[in-house]
Design a protein around this ligand. Structure first.
Ligand code: ATP
Ligand code: FE2
Length: 321
């Protein structure tokens, strides 16, 4: 049977139906007119497109068994808009709700899309930068950013140079034309920090292409270092890259090289499943439902600070890990 999933933690409102495979997916991204994402404006966007996004997948609905939604982490007003729609749908369809952790969903759809069983995951997105791995019933955070997410850092840098949003793809394009420039590299233990690097890049008077090149090399080398150490520490042999920044060809190349050196496998899901999307919520909702995990309406309040390691990964207990 199908599960209907709703995503809307930040910039994208997206609905999907997942059965044994993806049945339907429709998204309505929000692009801020200027500057960063304002939570209330984004939530207004979400509310205005929600009905249409859901209506686009409903014609494919058949025996929907649950409604899954991204319960957190994310922007409070956006999360509340999505949760309200999910509750209404669950009541209308008379099916249970499943509350999905957005980060867990990135990992699970990534495993599904690549066939990886037990990877170390580099989750590099706008708001998040974490190195995650499964251990004793939970997705543990081996290391993470201590300040901003790598994608938001790239977006902020781009904005300071009046480049269009999102900044990641623009920086990637410019970086190809530039040569290496040294910028501050910050790894503390297993954690990372990007704000010093971003400030230094913003203040640099070197040619923009060189700054973009140096910024990418530095930020990605930091991510690769922590991923490599997590891989060695956990004794795993797969590396999975997820999150919107995972679209970056240079980041993929650097991770692939590290994995080749260590004899580990590397994979990145196809674009549809990389950034925020409803399919990852519907898919994760479905495997949670199969493991008997549903969410009573009374406990369906949103969780803006929901961390990946708070989730009991009941659906993987069969691995006996
Ligand atoms: P999360 O809620 O998981 O933090 P998010 O809402 O920020 O995610 P994602 O779709 O996972 O959304 O990621 C968006 C980010 O990805 C943006 O910051 C954008 O600049 C960045 N990005 C997209 N394409 C590229 C690219 N080619 N290179 C680098 N960054 C990219
Ligand atoms: Fe995301």
């Amino acid at each position: 049977g199908q599960v209907l999933g709703l995503e809307g933690t930040a910039w994208n409102v997206s609905a999907a139906l997942f059965d044994d495979d993806l049945v339907a997916l429709h998204s309505a991204p929000y692009s801020p007119p200027t500057g960063g994402i304002h939570p209330r404006e984004a939530a207004q966007h979400h509310a205005s497109v929600m009905k249409d996004v859901i209506a686009r997948v409903l014609p494919e609905a058949e025996q929907v068994r649950a409604v899954a939604f991204s319960q957190g982490p994310g922007l409070g007003p956006c999360l509340r808009t999505v949760a309200t729609a999910a509750r209404a749908l669950a009541l209308a369809l008379d099916v249970p709700l499943v509350g999905v952790n957005h980060c867990v969903a990135h990992v699970e759809i990534g495993r599904w899309a690549t066939g990886f069983a037990d990877p170390i995951v580099l989750y590099a997105s706008g708001a998040n930068t974490q190195v995650i791995g499964y251990l004793n019933g939970r997705y543990r955070i081996f290391g993470e950013t201590l300040d901003i997410g790598i994608g938001n850092g790239l977006d902020k840098f781009a904005r300071s140079h009046d480049l269009p949003h999102p900044g990641g793809p623009v920086v990637e394009r410019l970086a190809r034309e530039g040569s290496y420039l040294e910028l501050p590299y910050t790894v503390k233990g297993m954690d990372l920090a990007f704000s010093g690097l971003i400030s230094a890049a913003q203040e640099s008077s070197s040619p923009l292409e060189d700054v973009c090149h140096g910024l990418q090399e530095t930020a990605f080398a930091m991510c690769v270092e922590v991923t490599e150490r997590a891989l060695a520490h956990a004794g795993k042999d797969e590396v999975l890259l997820v999150g919107g920044v995972g679209a970056n060809a240079r980041l993929q190349e650097m991770l692939r090289e590290m994995c080749e050196d260590r004899g580990a496998a590397f994979a990145v899901p196809e674009r549809t499943y990389l950034g925020d999307n409803g399919a990852m919520i519907a898919y994760t909702g479905r495997i949670m439902l199969e493991a008997g995990v549903t969410l009573p309406l009374a406990e369906s309040q949103v969780r803006p600070g929901y961390r990946v390691d708070e989730v009991e990964v009941a659906w993987r207990s069969d691995l006996g890990e």
